[in-house]
Write a new protein. Structure first.
Length: 78
């Protein structure tokens, strides 16, 4: 059974930005809020190794060159 939710004392600036977002998505304010809530509670899915690599590349993450030397030194101590 659907439940009514309400948000009290929402700051004017937040409401203004929500209205703009709703307009961009061609939704009512209520529809936009529901879409945001639905997205927020979606179960997180695990990334495949290929998806993870693509995300690392997209973010431009780099491993410092010295990290390989640190790992090698650690392995050599064993």
């Amino acid at each position: 059974m659907p439940v009514n939710l309400s948000i009290k004392n929402a700051p004017d600036e937040v409401v203004r930005r929500l209205r703009l977002r709703a307009e961009r998505h061609h939704r009512s304010l209520q529809g936009e809020l529901l879409a945001i809530i639905e997205e927020a509670v979606q179960p997180e899915r695990e990334l495949t190794p290929a998806e993870l690599l693509a995300e690392v590349r997209r973010l431009g993450l780099r491993t410092p060159a010295e990290s390989a030397a640190i790992i090698r030194a650690d392995r050599d101590r064993r």
